[in-house]
Design a protein around this ligand. Sequence first.
Ligand code: CA
Length: 232
Amino acid sequence: MSKKTIVVVEDEADIREVLIYNLEREGYQVFGEADGIKGLKMIQKMIPDLVLLDLMLPGLDGLQICKHLKDNSTTHQIPIVMVSARSSESDIVLGLELGADDYVTKPFSPRELLARVRAVLRRRTNSLDELAGLCINCEGVSIDARRHEVLVDGIVVNLTATEFKLIHYLAQHPGWVFTRDQLMGKVMGQDNFIIDRNIDVHIQAVRKKLGSHRDLIETIRGIGYRFKNLNE
Ligand code: CA
């Protein structure tokens, strides 16, 4: 796996060096910049995995940079951790409202800083997983592929492995119609121990467990099934 990149925008040279030193030691690829305008340009050019942003900067201050990044579709997803003096709490609040992910106050311990950075990167990975379909939320139904868990109105329902594969596959492709054969091929996979080869039986079982959300799985007469597309 390639190293995660971090841009540090901090005008105080000694603090910048401490940040860079600790982050590099942790295995990140780090780029430092002292000036706000140059820092923003660097971020826009590199699209790093994370930005550490001081609030008081020459050129363009941290809040302005934050706003620029969050207002632009190519940079708005980059996580931002603000680095700020404890005295500027109102700025921290403003930064968070502008979309910054977290903050550390000076003086900070390297351990605290690294913990924040790791947590923000992890959170980001999780939300990317969500986009990749590892976790799907639809009306009152939440399908978590990593935990192999389905929650209906916040309550875990027990699905068989086959039932889970079925709903997860359908939900990953809302609006797509699948034939019974396609679905069977999908949920059979490597394991051949499925007792009931009748897909309708499994679909009925899933629907029953979805309760009031049973209509999320629609029957397409003469063809098969699809997961309701809520955007339609
Ligand atoms: Ca500063």
